[in-house]
Design a protein around this ligand. Structure first.
Ligand SMILES: Cc1ncc(C[n+]2csc(CCOP(=O)(O)OP(=O)(O)O)c2C)c(N)n1
Length: 671
């Protein structure tokens, strides 16, 4: 690559783009870690995107109608930090750039949502950003249909590398975007032929352009170092009818000794080589110095965006006051004011006409009451709509000709679904929930972890939550998944026992603003366990006394979901023998752990023996059995310690010993 020729052909552009390259080299060298090559290679593309196409206002980083820019290749974080610093985002100061990757700085190793205004999503786990972007683009289409182009009318741009495209989740995302003709989604592929181990050809010979085209995308190409060609390709991509992929041919670590090699991928810290690269670029000044005219040009881009934002505010103000308030509410992620009343009505009706019901069906009943009053919900299922019970009659289908619909057939794409839900939640204005089988949380898990890390109130409707699903057998029967979900920080796991608890748990899940929820729901029918109505949300405390001991309390049975019914039966048997037994229903361990000591002590006092009953593994239960005033030798667990098996569920419960009799025997043995 002839750097001199590039400089000569577009001298102004060259210096502007090189500001990104120079800042990247300096920041990575100062941190002595990080990734230099990718930001250096994509600096030209980013410069054209930000100067000619991206609608953004550094003074209003969360303006709802901004274009979204997603750096899916998150290891190249210095690309986005440089752009945010150069264009004048307030919190990315030069000091932050100098403290790249250091304790206390917002310029973390990989871009983190919530740390830096202008970072739309946390990236780093490759493939996530491009898959989030599908959710961003869906949310934009949906909101544009419902609110009008006056207030929602923008693009989603993604920079993705070879790694993002190799990760399996990207195919799920690409498939969804192609099927739904998400024409406002534009992926800029950093086609540099290099990954960490060497040339891409070491591990992949996929024709990426053909692959995208085969999934329904419009495909473009450009020379990723020629600003005119980049501009031409982006302009064409914006006008195309489908989602667009632009293969940007670039050189990793351009102008450095490590150019076009896998060495260029990582941290380029050699001082002499760094200076040689800057000399080749014609870059003046000391480390972290950007010439005044170059910085001023970048800042002028930011100022341009202020006008677009001000115009948008004028358009928003033409909506009625009520509509403006609703728009503000859904973008703030606040629950609808009528949610509480809708939930209480379901609870009251449930108690008045108790029925045997699977909690997945109970969930459908709750959603039928919630969706009409909380119209920002956006539902779906990974090809298990009839099993997950996520669809209610009022939602309508989200499709190419009906963007206002609120139900999505995700196809068999659990991971892509979860990643897209993250994107929707990040975009704002929609509150996504979708379902699959609980055992397939594994397939969605990388994105579920990011929901938690980013603090997104996505709801995962995970049905068929135990061996209680029966004949489908151990491949489909979760045993460790409750424990895995509970082990994840900032995640609420709900396992409700009946319609009343399901209603309460949905209310809690839909009231979250910074925490995802996992709803574990049964396939099999369950008896109603809550027989008296109260307006109070008892599940909000995580655990509560469902049935008190008569006489001296000697046993406490703690159960969740489908096993609460078993605990109540065991209580009856123990009480019949004169053994006072309390049953505690524990729909959410996390919420119970968050209660004060006095409440926890009231529910789990010292003294009685404790037996927990849950059709899953014991991991996670010992705090409630041995801690919290419990004692080894006075506690036991009725649950699973192996995978399940294929048979009718009643037989499985018997064979695996998850029965009232087993609970009674274990309790008595401890007395
Ligand atoms: C899921 C995941 N696996 C592995 C990594 C580690 N990793 C970071 S960058 C990278 C190589 C990516 O290659 P490419 O996208 O071509 O980036 P470039 O070499 O162009 O910078 C790998 C394997 C990661 N960040 N995420």
């Amino acid at each position: 690559m002839e750097i001199a020729a590039l400089r000569a052909r577009h001298p102004d552009h060259w210096m502007r783009a090189t500001a990104i390259r120079a800042l990247t080299l300096d920041a990575v060298a100062a941190a002595n870690s990080g990734h230099s090559g990718m930001p250096m290679g994509m600096a030209d593309v980013a410069t054209v995107l930000f100067s000619k196409h991206l609608k953004f206002d550094p003074k209003a980083p969360r303006w709802p109608d901004r274009d979204r820019f997603i750096l899916s290749a998150g290891h190249g974080s210095m690309l986005i930090y440089s752009l945010l610093y150069l264009t004048g985002y307030q919190d990315v100061t030069l000091d932050q750039i100098k403290n790249f990757r250091q304790w206390g700085s917002i310029t973390a190793g990989h871009p983190e949502y919530g740390h830096v205004a202008g970072v739309e999503t946390t990236t780093g786990p490759l493939g996530q950003g491009i898959s989030n972007a599908v959710g961003f683009a869906m949310a934009e289409e949906h909101l544009r249909a419902r609110w009008g182009a006056k207030v929602q009318d923008h693009y989603t741009y993604v920079i993705a590398g070879d790694g993002c495209l190799m990760e399996g989740v990207s195919q799920e995302a690409i498939g969804i975007a192609g099927r739904h003709k998400l024409s406002r989604l534009i992926v800029l592929w950093d086609n540099n032929d290099i990954t960490i181990d060497g040339k891409v050809s070491l591990s992949d010979v996929t024709d990426q352009k053909a692959r995208f085209a085969a999934s329904g995308w419009d495909v473009f190409e450009c020379d990723g170092h020629d600003p005119d060609d980049i501009d031409r390709a982006i302009t064409a991509a914006k006008a195309s009818a489908g989602p667009a992929m632009i293969a940007c041919k670039t050189h990793i670590a351009i102008g450095h000794a490590a150019q076009d090699t896998s060495k260029g991928h990582g941290a380029l810290t050699d001082k002499a080589q760094l200076q040689a690269a800057k000399d080749a670029y014609g870059w003046p000044g000391a480390a972290f110095e950007v010439p005044k005219d170059v910085k001023a040009w970048w800042e002028s881009l930011g100022a341009k965006g202020a006008k677009a934002r001000a115009d948008w505010e004028i358009r928003l103000a033409t909506l009625s006051t009520a509509k403006q308030a609703e728009f503000a509410r859904i973008f703030a992620g606040e629950p609808a004011p009528k949610l509480g009343a809708a939930i209480r009505a379901v609870k009251k009706a449930a108690v008045e006409a108790p029925a045997k019901l699977a909690t997945r069906s109970a969930s459908e009943k709750v959603l039928a009451a919630v969706n009409p009053v909380m119209t920002e919900t956006f539902a779906g299922s990974a090809d298990l709509t009839g099993s997950n019970n996520t669809k209610t009659s009022d939602l309508g289908m989200f499709d190419v000709s009906s963007r206002g619909g609120r139900y999505m057939y995700w196809g068999i794409r659990e991971h892509g679904m979860a990643a897209a839900m993250n994107g929707m939640a990040l975009h704002g204005g929609v509150r996504p929930y979708s379902g699959t089988f609980m055992a397939f949380t594994d397939y969605a898990r990388p994105s579920m972890r990011l929901s938690a890390l980013m603090g997104l109130p996505v709801v995962y409707v995970m049905t068929h939550d135990s061996i209680g699903l029966g004949e489908d057998g151990p491949t489909h029967q979760p045993v460790e998944h409750l424990a895995i979900s509970r082990a994840t920080p900032n995640t609420l796991v709900f396992r409700p026992a009946d319609l009343v608890e399901v209603a309460e748990c949905w209310e809690l899940a839909l009231s979250q603003t910074g925490t995802p929820s996992v709803l574990a729901l049964s396939r099999q029918n369950l008896a109603a366990v809550r027989t008296a109505h109260t307006n109070q949300n008892l599940s909000a405390k995580g655990a509560y006394v469902l049935a008190e001991a008569t006489g001296k309390r000697r046993v406490i049975l703690i159960a969740t979901g489908s096993e609460v019914e078993i605990a109540l039966k065991a209580r009856e048997a123990l009480e019949a023998e004169g053994i006072g037994t309390r049953v505690v229903s524990m729909p959410s361990m996390e919420l119970f752990a968050a209660q004060d000591e006095a409440y926890r002590k009231k529910v789990l006092p010292a003294g009685p023996v404790r037996v927990a009953i849950e059709a899953g593994v014991r991991q996670g239960w010992d705090r409630w059995l041995l801690g919290e005033r419990g004692r080894d030798g006075k506690a036991d667990f009725v649950g699973m310690s192996s995978f399940g098996a294929s048979a009718p569920y009643e037989r499985l419960y018997k064979e695996f010993g998850i029965t009232a009799e087993a609970a009674v025997a274990k309790a008595k043995a401890l007395l």
